[in-house]
Structures are given as C-alpha cells and as structure tokens.
Design a protein around this ligand. Structure first.
Ligand SMILES: CC/C=C\C/C=C\C/C=C\CC/C=C/CC(=O)SCCNC(=O)CCNC(=O)[C@H](O)C(C)(C)COP(=O)(O)OP(=O)(O)OC[C@H]1O[C@@H](n2cnc3c(N)ncnc32)[C@H](O)[C@@H]1OP(=O)(O)O
Length: 291
C-alpha cells in the first residue's frame, strides 16, 4: 500500500487538481492501473543495483522522479545493497536537469515540495554509505550533472555527449551545494572557471579536468566499469569506508543540514520573480522552436 500511495502521490503531483485523499486513493486504485514508474531498480547476483531514470523523453527531474529516486536509495540502504549504478533508459540523455515545467507558473505548495524533494534526494544520494557510480549514457546538463557529481565515480559514454553546470548561461546562479559538488570533483580553480562560464564539457574535456573518471564507448562498457569500481570495496571494511566517505563529504552534508530552509526560501523567492518567469517561458518556447 505504501508503494501504491507513493505512486499515486507522484501521479497526483503531475496532475495539479488531484490530491492523495483516502477517497481518491480508493476510487483510483479500483479503476486505473498504477502509473508507470519513473525509476527502475535491478539488483544483480553480486548485490549491485542498477537504478535507471526512466522518464522519457529526457529524464527531466520533476517531483515524482526525485521522490522515487530518494525512496529507491533508502530501500537499497535498508537491503544492504553492495553498490548503486545510476543510469538512464534513454540512449542520448542521462538527465536534462530540473524539470522547467515544475518552476514555470508554479503553485507555491508544489514549488516548495519540488525543491525540498530535490534537497532530500540529493542528500540521500550524496551521503549514502553505499558505493555509487554514475553510468552517464547521454547528455547531463545542470541538475543532470549534479546527480552524476553526487556519485563517487563517473563513467561516461563518449565522445558525443556533454556534461556541465550551465546555470550562468541560463542567467541563473547554481546553488552553493551544486558548486560544492563540482569543487569536490575538479577542485576550486576548475570549478570556478566551469561555473562562471556555465561551460558544457565534451566527454573528452570532462575527462581532462576530472569531471568524469572514465570515457567508454557504450552503455554496456559503462556498466562494466561501474561494476569494477564497486567490486574493489568488497575487501574494504564497510564501517571504515562509510566513515571516510561521510567525513570527506562533510562540507556538502553540513551545508545542506544547516541551510536547507534558507536555500528553499532563496529558491522560492527567485523563481516567482516576473523576469525569471518570463525567462522560463521564453526558454520553453525556444526549446520547442529548436526542434
Ligand atoms: C532554466 C532554469 C531557469 C530558471 C530557474 C529559476 C530559478 C531557479 C533557481 C535555482 C535553480 C538552479 C538550478 C537549475 C538546475 C537545472 O537543472 S535547470 C534545467 C536546465 N536544463 C537544461 O537547460 C537542459 C535543457 N534541455 C536540453 O538541453 C536538451 O533537451 C537535451 C540536450 C537535454 C536533449 O536534447 P534533445 O534530445 O534534442 O531533446 P529536446 O531538446 O528536443 O527535448 C525533448 C522535450 O523535452 C523537453 N525538455 C528538455 N529539457 C527539459 C527540462 N529541463 N525541463 C522540461 N522539459 C524539458 C523539451 O522542451 C522537449 O519538449 P517537447 O517535446 O517539445 O514538448
């Protein structure tokens, strides 16, 4: 029932007029099949989970997908999974980042839920004691790059895909915790250059600055490399590993624990500004026209 309720809540979030009331749940569960899952989880014989983002066409991160991803991580932690490989069901996009439709002409309550779900899911992924690898099998702009950066190791299919925190190109500032993730991976100097320019890196460029750890030529190779990375931890005492990861990631963890409310307020205040709303509308229009 918990899973059904979660799925229904995710569905209700997609359809602003519906609410997850008991009556709605009863009526809905009697009359309609469950909505498709946005995240699938497959655990192999070695106990390694492949977590696949599955929200066509571009895995843009809406509240429903983020919530499912957060729940999947918690479930895998409870089941003592040996590793998590985060990947995409698309063969050209890992994730297009935050779903712009969640931010365009939003209801206040939905916007708040969206951002807190992003914060919580990010923190779950960033701090999980389970070894994490992003198998990046397509473009990964902005929030898509954030998800990859939150993993411990990044294998990317190249050479034609791009990755980066491109927020300044969109006229916005990446939140502090996005910046911390980039600094974690490439160091302060490269992070400053990447973020101020909002640079999208080719796979080779990303490899050169350490934004990704390995370039491969297809998804199967990416998964195999991810499995190899995870396998090395079989010989490492888990408590020592967990404490080391938690300690080395302290800046990001502490930042979110201490600033989640201010971060939410800053986001909410910014998004509803008329000039930002106008910009979002134009951006959506431009994406449609570029087809
Ligand atoms: C832009 C945000 C601006 C302001 C926010 C305001 C305040 C926020 C403050 C702080 C938050 C800061 C954090 C932001 C992080 C983010 O993640 S913002 C999102 C940034 N993402 C992008 O800019 C990526 C845009 N997409 C692309 O570049 C391409 O789609 C991509 C290269 C990923 C794939 O290309 P392609 O395969 O050719 O697909 P299409 O471009 O044709 O897209 C297919 C349909 O998907 C829709 N779509 C694409 N990206 C998004 C998205 N992020 N959200 C919602 N919808 C998206 C696109 O419109 C097409 O729809 P259609 O089929 O036409 O209906």
């Amino acid at each position: 029932m918990a899973v059904v309720c979660r799925n229904l809540r995710a569905f209700a979030q997609k359809t602003s007029s519906l609410r997850c009331t008991p009556n709605f749940l009863r009526l809905y569960s009697q009359s309609k099949p469950a909505p498709p899952k946005l995240v699938t989880v497959d655990v192999d014989k070695a106990g390694v989970a492949t977590v696949t983002l599955d929200r066509p066409p571009v895995n843009s991160l809406n509240t429903g997908l983020l919530e499912e991803l957060g729940v999947a991580i918690k479930d895998l932690e409870a089941n003592k999974t040996r590793g998590i490989i985060l990947t995409s069901s698309s063969n050209s996009v890992f994730s297009a980042g935050l779903d712009i439709l969640e931010m365009y002409e939003p209801k206040k309550q939905n916007l708040s839920l969206f951002w807190t779900t992003l914060q919580n899911t990010w923190l779950s992924l960033y701090r999980t004691s389970i070894p994490t690898v992003a198998a990046i099998n397509g473009h990964a702009p902005a929030g898509g790059c954030l998800l990859a950066l939150s993993c411990e190791y990044r294998v990317m299919v190249g050479p034609k895909f791009t990755i980066g925190l491109n927020e300044t190109q969109l006229g916005i500032v990446a939140p502090q915790w996005f910046m911390i993730c980039m600094k974690d991976a490439v160091g302060r100097r490269q992070a400053e250059m990447a973020l101020t320019a909002g640079k999208m890196f080719s796979t080779q460029e990303a490899l050169n600055i350490g934004l990704i750890d390995k370039m491969v030529s297809n998804k199967e190779e990416a998964i195999a490399e991810a499995q190899k990375f995870i396998a090395q931890f079989a010989k490492i005492p888990p408590l020592a590993r967990r404490m080391t990861k938690e300690s080395i990631r302290q800046e990001g963890i502490k930042y979110m624990e201490e600033n989640a409310i201010d971060d939410l307020k800053a986001f909410m205040d910014l998004v509803v500004q008329p000039n930002i709303q106008k910009g979002l509308g134009m951006y959506l229009e431009a994406m449609k026209k570029s087809k």
